[in-house]
Design a binder for this molecule. Structure first.
Ligand code: SF4
Length: 286
């Protein structure tokens, strides 16, 4: 039986590669090619809703750029000239490469080769005949953006007209500690978001759920709304496209999993409306 790629099947080894994996993506309404820079399942954070199994603290390993290039060429060739879509039973309406998403089973910007990876993607995209515009998207927790090697990569990403999806679940020290298990100050969050928006268009990604039966406290939510509101006064605020609001689409692989519950659609929409009220675009995925 052939594997079928569906919105719920995000298996990163379905094509048998180390770095490159295809996803028929609900969010992209088509195919997204993922670049996993953390095949070692290492992240500098440990979000309690993280879907990465056997997650460990740490950084991305050294990246074998030749292998990454070979894998991406091979997948593109299969998709564009082979029988990839038929083999995996991809529905007709989703037979379109929408984006290349640099993400990972961990934080992709922790890869020291981050700049070289973005450069490589640009080279391959420039040399590949595609019928549609393929966006390059960096999916990041944003916490390393102040580092020089990351900013060099962001310069390359901006040359590709790439986007950044910047994780922002909470904006208080306690909230970030509780949800992301990270020591990350509100000042650093603001600084890193400013740096991101100086380089590229940015979507904020926020996960909302109940913890031990309770939604985010009013105080936490107000701090989040205030943060977004204040950011409207930044010179580069028009680089901020909006907010992607996520529920618990896939099960957490962390020990806290039994303590997490999804919020109702109505509650998610209420949160979305309070962000829209500030003038931001909001997309909700439950
Ligand atoms: S930042 Fe992403 S990969 Fe890292 S722990 Fe959080 S959800 Fe998992």
């Amino acid at each position: 039986m052939t594997d079928q790629l569906t919105v719920s099947n995000h298996s990163r080894d379905i094509a048998g590669f180390t770095y490159v994996y295809p996803v028929i993506s609900r969010r992209a309404n088509g195919m997204s090619i993922g670049i996993n820079l953390n095949p070692n399942n290492a992240c500098n954070w440990r979000c309690i809703y993280c879907q990465v199994p056997d997650l460990v603290r740490g950084s991305a390993p050294a990246i074998n750029l030749k292998q990454l290039s070979k894998e991406l060429h091979s997948l593109l060739d299969d998709v564009l000239h082979g029988d990839f879509y038929d083999r995996y039973g991809v529905p007709e309406q989703r037979r379109l490469i929408r984006d290349i998403a640099v993400s990972g089973n961990g934080e992709p910007t922790s890869a020291q080769a981050f700049e070289a990876v973005i450069e490589l993607l640009g080279d391959i995209l420039n040399k590949t005949v595609l019928s549609e515009k393929v966006n390059v998207v960096l999916i990041t927790n944003g916490s390393l953006i102040h580092q020089a090697h990351v900013q060099k990569g962001l310069v390359k990403l901006s040359e590709l007209d790439g986007q950044i999806w910047f994780k922002l679940d909470r904006v208080t020290r306690n909230g970030v500690q509780q949800i992301n298990n990270a020591a990350y100050s509100p000042q650093r969050i603001k600084q890193n978001l400013e740096i991101a928006t100086k380089h590229c268009k940015v979507w904020i990604q926020t996960s909302l759920f109940a913890l031990d039966g309770k939604p985010p406290s009013e105080q936490e939510w107000q701090a989040y709304v205030d943060f977004l509101n204040t950011f409207q006064n930044q010179p580069q605020h028009d680089q901020l496209c909006g907010v992607l609001l996520y529920g618990l689409a896939r099960p957490s692989m962390q020990v806290e999993a039994p303590r997490l519950q999804p919020l109702s659609e109505q509650t998610m929409q209420q949160y979305a409306d309070s962000i829209r009220h500030l003038g931001y675009q909001v997309k909700v995925s439950i």
